[in-house]
Write a protein of this length. Structure first.
Length: 173
């Protein structure tokens, strides 16, 4: 028996609440949370939601964090340079994040913090390098392990198209 439109409308409303509002340290929801709240067909609900979000240039993104998957709502496209000011970061901070993500990606997903600091120091003052790296970690774009290596964290995986970033940087070469 086919599920009714009202059934999916209720499920989509609940899904959007789970994905947009922060309940833990990270936004979004884990797969088991969605299954508990939406039922075993949560993946179908997310596909329908994604179709609706397409009109708004948004999408449901999925990131694996070990055993579980986490789902977020992110931009489908990219921000224009004039729209970037609305995210609260200066353009040089965003450039520093792009350089850092590209460098870590080129190193296979992990790089020594000292190498990244040295790379960023070529373009910005030392105090800003340290502040930006801490900001990137706090925002969830980077993580740091016990041996002083930086790696790409959950937010980079959810929001940054690493392949496109590398292609854009290579095109400038």
């Amino acid at each position: 028996m086919a599920k009714s439109k009202a059934y999916y409308a209720r499920k989509i409303k609940k899904a959007i609440h789970l994905l947009l509002f922060r309940r833990h340290t990270k936004p979004g929801a884990r797969d088991w949370e969605l299954k508990k709240a939406l039922g075993s067909d949560y993946d179908k609900v997310l596909k329908v939601l994604d179709k609706h979000l397409e009109k708004l240039d948004l999408k449901v993104s999925e990131v694996s964090d070990g055993e579980n998957k986490r789902y977020f709502i992110t931009l489908r496209g990219a921000l224009t340079p004039s729209e970037l000011k609305y995210c609260g970061w200066r353009i040089d901070d965003i450039a520093g994040l792009a350089i850092t993500v590209a460098f870590i990606t080129s190193k296979g997903g992990k790089a020594p913090k000292k190498e990244i600091e040295s790379l960023l120091r070529e373009k910005m003052p030392n105090w800003k390098v340290k502040m930006n790296i801490e900001r990137f970690i706090k925002a969830g774009y980077l993580g740091e392990d016990e041996s002083g290596n930086l790696y790409l964290d959950w937010r980079t995986m959810a929001e940054v198209d690493q392949k496109t970033l590398i292609e854009l940087l290579m095109a400038l070469e």
